[in-house]
Design a protein. Structure first.
Length: 591
């Protein structure tokens, strides 16, 4: 790999598990002490090799070769250019992770590969019917200090606080993100896990500071229970928690870190149900599902006994966001840190700022999955996608499916489109002077009533504010939309040229061909036409156009704007009308 002029962080997480092979497990179980002794010279060795080559990948390879010569080590298998699995003869399994930092001490990736090309952070979409009730949020950030520069995470917190939803956000940084906190994930409606990950585990901020006592098996286990909580050492023996050692390298200096803890998939499966929680595994390998994996670099095949993604899904979360790749299906890889931060911003923005559905929070503005474009030097590993697993019909502000006009008891269907909630039917309030098309009451039942601009405004002044603030003829809690609000709707649905297709009902009431009509938005526009007021031809365009009033005048003149969709194309566009023309009205919910 090309020499990098970057500071380095070498995290070596040695994770213990029992082996099912009869000759590799003793009756007393795995020995923590054996691994501790094996690690004694790893930091010095890696530092020496890195200073010789200037390449973290080469230094890692030399370290793997060295470990294979050590007493007690069985096999060392490299998973990729950043991670390797180590199996001790005693049955203990460990991993090595190499992490690069930039000149400011911030991780380039949440693993070892170069960063990708980022992602589109614009958001749009439709809110779901089911509301995420729990507004408590947990950001679990054991690697906060190396993942985020000053002020970066605050931008995410600002999104929560400015959303108006009323979020209660807890941030656990570095050592605050202890293993025990994983048992409390179910107490939150949204959990973001910002850490290092492997296909069957993720790192916590729990640390162990060894006492001054002789380093023995029992003393290490006692220190674990003292520094964390009683029973933690038993969780290690039962493979619920993994035990590790970390080395940080900054230039020529090696800083030996405390022993650390990793949560295994086995522990995840014992934690409380996440049926009321959205989880974002913002870490390497979070979408891993394979039980058998062949390394593309070595051709070796090994087993992942308890993959991380199925473990999370076994807790039945509302939804689980994770990283995966297409080749091989169900695999994953390390995550560039900039991509991970971009995805955190995007998911939070969609769920909390734009109030969109879990079904689209992992998608880019063009409706495709967010993807990190692969670096040419790492063609073996494939493009990395942010994907959603779980339910797709939840949002933080639930979308009502109807409203009741308390003036006459009329019930209207409603629809959420982006951050707006619209009536999905035309207003039918019986205001004096309003009319039915062709003066036929059956047309009022189908298309609603037709109103002049003064009737729609009810004495209010013209405005293009967002929101308009004009209740006008609308039910309580709803208002007449301004042109700015119509423009937002149209942009949300893809722009002027295509929004009409997404708005038009698929109905024989429209004259053929009703071009591109899909009603994918749920707006359900019907061609109710309008009233011109002339004696010769007072009614026109039934079956041809749907026309809707706004609160806005043209260039501050006394000519109102309206918006329309037509049978002959897929567009949705504004037009000028006379104040006396009577047309349909849709209302938007107040926020």
């Amino acid at each position: 790999m090309k020499t990098r002029r970057l500071l380095l962080l070498l995290s070596i997480a040695f994770i213990f598990s029992r082996c099912s092979s009869p000759n590799s497990v003793t009756s007393s179980g795995p020995s923590v002490l054996q691994v501790y002794n094996t690690l004694s010279g790893t930091g010095t060795f890696f530092t020496s090799e890195y200073q010789k080559s200037g390449s973290p990948t080469e230094a890692l390879g030399k370290l793997e070769e060295w470990l294979r010569t050590q007493d007690g080590v069985g096999t060392v298998d490299d998973m990729d250019s950043a991670y390797a699995y180590i199996t001790m003869k005693s049955g203990l399994v460990s991993t090595i992770n190499v992490e690069e930092l930039d000149a400011n001490g911030i991780a380039i990736v949440r693993g070892g590969l170069p960063k990708g090309d980022g992602a589109n952070l614009q958001a749009f979409g439709k809110r779901a019917t089911n509301e995420i009730k729990n507004k408590k949020v947990l950001i679990y950030a054991p690697e906060y200090s190396s993942f985020y520069s000053s002020g970066e995470l605050q931008k995410i917190l600002d999104r929560f606080s400015s959303s108006g939803v009323g979020f209660d956000v807890t941030v656990l940084k570095d050592g605050q993100a202890t293993p025990d906190q994983v048992n409390h994930f179910s107490e939150y409606g949204f959990v973001i896990i910002d850490t290092h990950g492997m296909p069957d585990r993720f790192k916590t901020g729990g640390v162990l500071q060894l006492s001054g006592l002789p380093v023995t098996e029992q003393n290490i286990l006692d220190d674990i229970d003292h520094d964390e909580s009683p029973g933690t050492s038993e969780k290690i023996k039962d493979q619920l928690l993994a035990f590790g050692k970390t080395f940080k390298v900054q230039g020529p200096k090696v800083d030996t870190q405390h022993l650390s803890f990793w949560v295994t998939s086995k522990l995840l499966r014992t934690t409380p149900s996440l049926s009321g929680t959205v989880v974002f595994g913002n870490m390497c390998y979070s979408g891993w599902i394979l039980s058998q994996y062949t390394s593309p670099s070595t051709g070796k095949t090994y087993t992942i006994q308890n993959p991380i993604q199925p473990a999370f899904l076994s807790l039945n979360p509302i939804t689980y966001y994770a990283y995966t790749r297409n080749v091989p299906p169900g695999a994953s890889r390390v995550v560039p840190n900039e991509f991970a931060k971009a995805m955190e911003d995007s998911v939070v923005r969609r769920l909390c700022d734009d109030l969109d559905s879990t079904g689209i929070a992992h998608l880019s503005v063009d409706g495709l999955e967010h993807v990190d474009l692969d670096d040419p030097q790492n063609g073996l590993w494939g493009d990395l996608y942010l994907r959603q697993y779980g339910k797709k019909n939840y949002s933080y502000v639930g979308c009502p499916d109807s409203l009741v006009d308390d003036r006459d008891g009329h019930v209207y269907k409603t629809v959420c489109i982006g951050s707006q909630t619209w009536m999905a039917e035309n207003l039918a309030y019986d205001l004096p002077g309003s009319i039915c098309y062709d003066n036929d009451p059956n047309n009022c039942t189908t298309y609603g009533k037709l109103y002049s601009w003064p009737q729609i405004m009810q004495g209010a002044s013209a405005t293009n504010a967002y929101p308009s603030g004009v209740r006008g003829i609308c039910p309580k809690g709803w208002h007449v939309p301004s042109a700015a609000e119509w423009d937002t709707l149209i942009r949300t649905l893809g722009g002027t040229q295509v929004a009409g297709g997404a708005m038009k009902a698929v109905s024989s009431l429209w004259k053929s061909p009703n071009t591109s009509a899909t009603n994918s938005s749920g707006f359900s526009a019907l061609p109710g036409g309008f009233w011109l007021g002339s004696q010769n031809n007072p009614f026109t365009n039934l079956g041809l156009t749907a026309d809707f009033g706004t609160t806005t005048e043209v260039n501050q003149s006394p000519t109102p704007l309206e918006y329309n969709v037509t049978y002959w194309n897929s567009a949705a566009s504004p037009g000028n009308i006379s104040e006396t023309i009577k047309l349909s009205c849709r209302c938007v919910e107040d926020k």
